[in-house]
Write a protein that binds this ligand. Structure first.
Ligand SMILES: Cc1cc2nc3c(=O)[nH]c(=O)nc-3n(C[C@H](O)[C@H](O)[C@H](O)COP(=O)(O)OP(=O)(O)OC[C@H]3O[C@@H](n4cnc5c(N)ncnc54)[C@H](O)[C@@H]3O)c2cc1C
Length: 314
């Protein structure tokens, strides 16, 4: 028996305008498919994109297919960012416990999302933000007939798919809460990403650094506290000054964002059809992977599956 051929969709709803959904919507629209992107969060930024350390890397990623996917993601970031009017990838290199990784870098997530949304509009796609869908039927009611719904709703993905698929990998889409502190410092010695025993620090544009501490995150989880300037800053300042040996001015401005890390139950990407007309795109390391996955998803929907997705199907 031959497998049924699924016709290429002509009209698609993409739910979720984070890194994954916005870039997939743009690449799909560029292939001539009518796309409507809807999103609860105002487009251009999401709580997760604001809290993300946004390090584009493949360190410690297992299994091997996942590590390679992240390496390919890093290459696609560099190529696409270089070629775009809006550059988003800063290839600063990274230093982990003294070892250099020159190809790593970080993403300005606002610039990245702005570039994807501009590409979507240029390709004729539509954006409707400020709309929280209660269900996929709600999406259909809002948008009228669509051939396929691509669910890229980050931590909200499992709730939207609960009645659609029993897939155990999609039993949850919410991982640990994490935070990012942005610190305004006129002068600092950081020219690359640095990772030292759970403290990760990088430049964040002129006059600002971005920091995350896995140790402080774990302590917040233990005590049940939420990351904020009040709960994080005194310990974080001491950790940065101790690890890097430089003093942060007393009056430095500090902002703390926190968000849940979206991912599937097993922590690996979950990319593909869950039914004939519903497709899921859920992953951790979504900043590193978004531009690559967007290309692979757009091809997949037109019957050109990439072997790199085979290990990550729902
Ligand atoms: C603290 C932290 C540090 C991180 N560090 C890194 C890192 O260094 N490198 C890296 O590659 N990745 C990192 N990540 C992960 C990365 O940031 C995420 O994987 C990526 O941003 C997720 O993008 P997304 O589009 O899947 O989800 P989101 O950005 O959460 O977007 C989901 C979208 O779906 C919408 N939505 C949800 N539910 C609904 C609904 N019912 N109806 C309508 N819209 C809905 C939301 O409004 C939003 O627009 C980190 C994440 C965190 C939290």
């Amino acid at each position: 028996m031959t497998a049924a051929v699924i016709p290429s969709p002509r009209r698609i709803a993409v739910v979720g305008a984070g890194a994954v959904g916005a870039s997939a919507a743009a690449r799909i629209a560029e292939r001539g498919i009518e796309v409507v992107l809807i999103s609860a969060a105002a487009a251009g930024s999401t709580p997760v994109s604001r809290a993300s350390f946004a390090w584009v890397n493949a360190h410690g990623k297992r299994p091997e297919q996942y590590r390679r996917l992240n390496e390919d993601g890093r290459r696609v970031h560099a190529e696409r960012s270089d070629a775009h009017d809006t550059e988003w990838f800063a290839r600063t290199g990274a230093e982990i416990d003294g070892v250099q990784y020159p190809d790593d870098g970080w993403v300005d997530t606002s610039a990245f999302l702005a570039a994807q949304l501009a590409d979507l509009r240029a390709a004729g796609g539509m954006l409707r933000d400020g709309i929280a869908a209660d269900s996929l039927d709600h999406v259909r009611e809002l948008l009228g007939p669509v051939d396929l719904i691509l669910v890229a709703a980050g931590a909200g993905t499992a709730a939207l798919l609960r009645t659609v698929t029993p897939c155990p990998r999609l039993a949850t889409s919410a991982g640990d809460d994490g935070f990012l502190a942005r610190i305004d410092v006129d002068e600092h010695p950081l020219d690359r990403i640095r990772s030292l025993a759970g403290l990760q620090v990088r430049p964040d544009g002129p006059g600002r650094i971005a920091v995350q501490s896995l140790g402080i995150e774990a302590e917040l989880r233990r005590t049940g506290a939420t990351a904020s300037v009040g709960t994080v800053w005194p310990a974080l300042r001491a950790e940065i000054e101790g690890a890097l040996g430089w003093r942060i001015p007393e009056d430095a401005g500090v902002r703390v964002d926190h968000a849940i890390r979206p991912h599937a139950a097993d922590g690996l990407p979950c990319i593909g059809r869950v039914t004939q007309d519903v497709y899921v795109a859920l992953t951790h390391s979504g900043i590193t992977l978004a531009p690559l996955l967007a290309e692979l998803i757009a091809r997949d929907l037109q019957g050109d599956p990439d072997p790199r997705l085979a290990a990550f199907r729902p």
